[in-house]
Design a protein around this ligand. Structure first.
Ligand code: NAG
Length: 341
């Protein structure tokens, strides 16, 4: 979005005036550049508002977020950075309401004492990245639909399917949103374990291309659904509150994990190893697709998110691993599970 030269002159004049008047009206300069920033951001992310009132309201939120992000990065107190991303005109409450969708309160209908096939794994590689083994599809984007649980379950299913068949096939989240409705609630939330139950009972899932993602609740398309390409025979829960158990599982396959992703630092995470602030109110389903250690010795989980590739590190986040709390950072070790072939 190139500015015309007359606009450049006017903006320059505003900046000069702002500097000149900065003693008495200290807010003129930052606000002038903030308006410009907001316009650029709107163009970059194709955002438009229905009227001036909404634009003014969104500008205020954008400004608050930008100021928070700038002061966080300037403080440099954490090993990760934040960035102005596509969520920059949303309050944290709005963000939480529309982008997560893990129903912590509800539990799978028949919580079974699940066996843990990796219990006796004694040696694991020092690091793992299932992307380099061809077991992870491209980052997807759930949009404004709280069906993170479907993306998490699908990513884990894509992983085990690739590990057993050698074929990486992108599978359908929309099938889960539309058809897995006995326990899960589409865009209103769900659980990965319930999704695994559905996939088992349904004798598999169809492909992303056959049943593409819409980001809204729709009627189950039984014709598309009947073309099943990837099945699972069961699923297991990783013993809760043990990062060492989680490690054994992630060393062997991509694993669905639930986390507390509700804080602004998660909303605006951009790069580095995320160390919180975050609690353990699990509200988001994602997929652990590896682990490792940085050159300075910080251990991390490599986590695939479903907020598009412009968020975080190309759609991924590295989250601190082996912390003091048994629940793991943001509760990552509390409700992990994986499908079995
Ligand atoms: C792990 O080892 C113990 C002791 O040998 C055995 O009883 C158990 O069945 C093993 N668990 C798995 C999942 O292989």
């Amino acid at each position: 979005m190139a500015l015309t030269s007359s606009w450049k002159l006017i903006l320059a004049a505003i900046v000069v005036l702002g500097m000149w008047a900065s003693q008495s009206t200290a807010r003129t300069l930052p606000d002038a550049s903030m308006v410009e920033k907001h316009e650029q951001w709107m163009a970059q992310f194709g955002r438009s508002y229905k009227d001036d009132a909404e634009k003014a309201m969104r500008f205020k939120i954008f400004k608050d977020n930008v100021e928070y992000i700038q002061s966080f990065n300037e403080a440099g107190a954490k090993p990760y950075k934040l960035a102005i991303n596509k969520f920059a005109d949303l309050t944290n409450e709005e963000f939480k309401a529309s982008r997560n969708g893990y129903k912590m309160g509800s539990h799978p209908k028949s919580p079974k004492v699940s066996s843990f096939k990796y219990a006796n794994v004694s040696a694991v590689p020092a690091s793992m990245d299932w992307r380099t083994k061809g077991a992870v599809t491209a980052v997807k984007d759930q949009g404004q639909c709280g069906c993170c649980w479907a993306f998490s379950a699908v990513a884990a299913t894509e992983g085990i399917n690739q590990l057993t068949t050698g074929k990486l096939i992108s599978l359908s989240e929309q099938e889960l949103v539309d058809c897995d409705t006995s326990e899960d609630q589409g865009c209103n939330g769900g659980l990965m374990d319930d999704a695994f139950e559905f996939i088992i009972g349904n004798k598999g899932l169809t492909t992303e291309s056959n049943y593409p993602y819409q980001g809204v609740d729709a009627t189950c398309n039984t014709k598309k659904e009947s073309s099943r390409v990837a099945k699972i025979t069961g699923y297991e829960d990783v013993p809760a509150n043990s990062e060492s158990a989680l490690l054994k599982a992630v060393a062997n396959q991509p694993v669905s994990v639930a986390i507390d992703a509700g804080e602004s630092d998660f909303q605006f995470y951009s790069s580095g190893v995320f160390t919180g602030e975050c609690g353990t109110e699990l509200d988001h389903g994602v997929t652990a697709v590896g682990y490792g250690k940085t050159s300075d010795g910080t251990k991390y989980w490599l986590v695939k998110n479903s907020w598009g590739s412009s968020w975080g590190e190309n759609g991924y986040i590295r989250m601190e691993r082996d912390i003091d709390a048994a629940e793991g950072l943001c509760g990552i070790a509390m409700q992990a599970s994986y499908p079995t072939a």
